[in-house]
Design a protein around this ligand. Structure first.
Ligand code: NAP
Length: 321
């Protein structure tokens, strides 16, 4: 099969489109013919800075397609079903092996492309807002990187429960679009101080959802109300500066980490599966929206990653094998 592989960490240019051996379906797995690859923010982080688990490596957390082969021990999937799969790696290819418990059946007649983008972004946003963040109607939440996959999901999920939503992004174009998705306050953190803008708009917030990390995470403590919560789930800012917890003490605040796969899915599989199923159904019903920013051929994986890293994407970039 063809795949976008890399031999060393680096910029998007390390991705090469090559022939690699087809994956073999194990007794406990399913083999999927990939039709849509959702390029996750984590895929770009892996390619640039996470040590390679194998050489060459095929990165990729998420893809959708048709089940081609079912392992002998798998009873709840069959050949021909359309599924979306969450993976530890391997989405940037024509075929992938998935664990059946990390696959969700795509509702009949539903468009595969938006649903290919649902589990990681919406599942992570849901976990951050509700399971860890405890967000309820009327509370105020600040969602950083509103134009990201996780950010757009978080804004919509928070609005749906009646929260007041503030969000940040790096450009006024993104911010204008975020207002259309329900953001009550949209803050350009490049041209203003988000701390000042939050203070002017609402004073303090109950919850911050932070996929950025570094200085953004540190500064977020200062917009928290007494006993406010931060859920940090990413380091999209590529800034791994140390975190000083002292400002949290001053407001009895809390900081949660979140990992959808190694946290939620590993420790509460059934609840995790239910959260994702619910998000898929809500997107299929049109209640929640996925924004597909651009489609690239898998052969152009380097351009797809570069487009994301240039901060040009709003929502999800997908690739088609
Ligand atoms: N812990 C988990 O389980 C989990 C699950 C999903 C995602 N994540 C992490 O959460 C983060 C967001 O994921 P995503 O899939 O939503 O990402 P995404 O769609 O690729 O968006 C990333 C966002 O980060 C912002 N950003 C800030 N600095 C950036 C930089 N130097 N390069 C690129 N983007 C930068 C950009 O917004 P602006 O231009 O507006 O700043 C961009 O919209 C990633 O770090 C990902 O690894 C973690």
């Amino acid at each position: 099969m063809k795949a976008a592989v890399y031999y060393k960490n680096g910029g998007p240019e390390v991705l090469q489109y090559e022939d690699v051996p087809d994956p073999v379906c194990p007794p406990d797995g399913v083999l999927i013919d990939i039709e849509v690859i959702s390029v996750e923010g984590g895929d770009t982080i892996h390619r640039s800075m996470v040590p390679l688990p194998r050489v060459p490596n095929i990165v990729g957390y998420q893809a959708a397609g048709t089940v081609r082969e079912v392992g002998a021990n798998v009873k709840n999937r069959r050949v021909g079903q359309r599924v979306v799969a969450v993976l530890e790696n391997g989405s940037h290819a024509e075929k992938v092996v998935a664990r059946p418990e990390f696959t969700w059946i795509v509702p009949d007649g539903a468009d595969l492309t938006p649903l290919a983008c649902v589990p990681v972004a919406f599942g992570t946003a849901h976990e951050a807002l509700f399971d860890l963040g405890g967000l309820t109607k009327g509370q105020k939440v600040l969602v950083h990187a509103g134009g990201s996959g996780v950010g757009l999901a978080a804004i919509q999920l928070a609005k749906a429960v009646g929260a007041v939503v503030l969000t940040t992004a790096s450009s006024d174009d993104k911010l204008a679009r975020l207002r259309e998705f329900g953001a009550d306050y949209a803050i350009n953190y490049k041209t203003t101080s988000f701390k000042d803008e939050v203070a002017k708009a609402v004073g303090t917030v109950d919850l911050v959802v932070d996929p950025i990390g570094g200085k953004t995470l540190q500064d977020s403590v200062e917009v928290l109300k007494y006993k406010g919560r931060i859920v940090n789930l990413g380091r999209a800012g590529r800034d791994s500066g140390a975190f000083d917890p002292y400002p949290l003490w001053l407001r009895n605040g809390s900081l949660h980490g979140l990992h959808l796969l190694f946290g939620s899915a590993s420790h509460e599989l059934a609840r995790f599966q239910g959260v994702i199923s619910e998000c898929i159904e809500r997107v299929a019903r049109g209640e929640l929206r996925v924004v597909v920013d651009r489609k690239f051929a898998l052969a152009d994986a380097a351009q797809a990653h570069a487009h994301i890293e240039q901060r040009s994407a709003f929502g999800r970039v997908v690739m088609l094998p």
